[in-house]
Design a binder for this molecule. Structure first.
Ligand code: PRP
Length: 213
């Protein structure tokens, strides 16, 4: 049995064509069903529906053989026990620093004053501001980060930006682009050895589909 961990939403939708290239078709729609284990047209391949932040955990501990997860999630989780053979170039976005449009970020950073930053991405933010030599107090949030500068909880946020519409709707502006994000294939290192014959064709099919664009 090959078990693939996926999260609902954009990653799931953008993974379907890659699975198809590997001859795998998911037979149930996670948006319509409450089932967490989905069957496929291949009797020995199943899909687990997990929270995006839990994908690396399932793969690391062997609950799943393969998973698809954003670079942001991987950097926060750490890559222990995970083989990362491919950038799938799906679910592309960026991770940025944003502030209220009336906040003078450049001066705050230059003056060496402490900056309060609200984010779900604590590890990425810590590394980024440390590399700039900027002192930050990090406040961990789990969503709706855009609110924090609006209610005085933080000077800045570090969050994913795709179209920029969420920032705009909340009168925030992007002041630094930290990195580009896309989704990666992750493979359990032990499974890669033990299930080589079943996993390799899937990885190769994904690779060809990505190369074909
Ligand atoms: C992400 C991110 C932003 C939004 C950016 O949230 O946290 O809020 O998308 O997209 P945009 O630039 O196209 O407006 P998501 O909807 O993934 O939910 P989350 O709050 O659970 O992260």
């Amino acid at each position: 049995m090959i078990t693939i961990a996926l999260s609902k939403g954009r990653i799931f939708e953008e993974t379907l064509p890659l699975l198809k290239a590997a001859g795998i078709e998911v037979l149930e729609d996670p948006e319509k069903s409450r089932k967490l284990i989905l069957t496929t047209n291949q009797p020995d391949v199943r899909v687990l529906v997990v929270r995006a932040t839990d994908v690396p955990t399932y793969v690391q501990y062997g609950g799943a053989d393969l998973g698809i997860t954003g670079k942001d999630t991987l950097l926060e989780h750490g890559s222990q026990g995970l083989y990362q053979p491919l950038d799938l170039r799906i679910a592309k976005c960026r991770i940025s620093v944003a502030v209220r449009s009336d906040f003078d970020y450049q001066s705050a950073v230059k003056k060496g004053s402490r900056l309060t930053v609200a984010t779900k991405y604590v590890a990425i933010s810590r590394d980024f501001f440390a590399s700039k030599g900027v002192h930050v107090d990090l406040i961990k949030l789990y969503g709706s980060m855009e609110l924090a500068p609006l209610v005085g909880l933080a000077d800045a946020i570090v969050d994913l930006v795709s179209t920029g519409n969420t920032l705009k709707a909340n009168h925030l502006v992007e002041v630094e682009h930290i990195m580009d994000i896309s989704s990666r294939l992750v493979v359990n290192q032990a499974a890669l050895k033990l299930k080589q014959a079943q996993l390799r064709p899937i990885i190769d099919a994904f690779e060809s589909a990505v190369a074909a664009g």
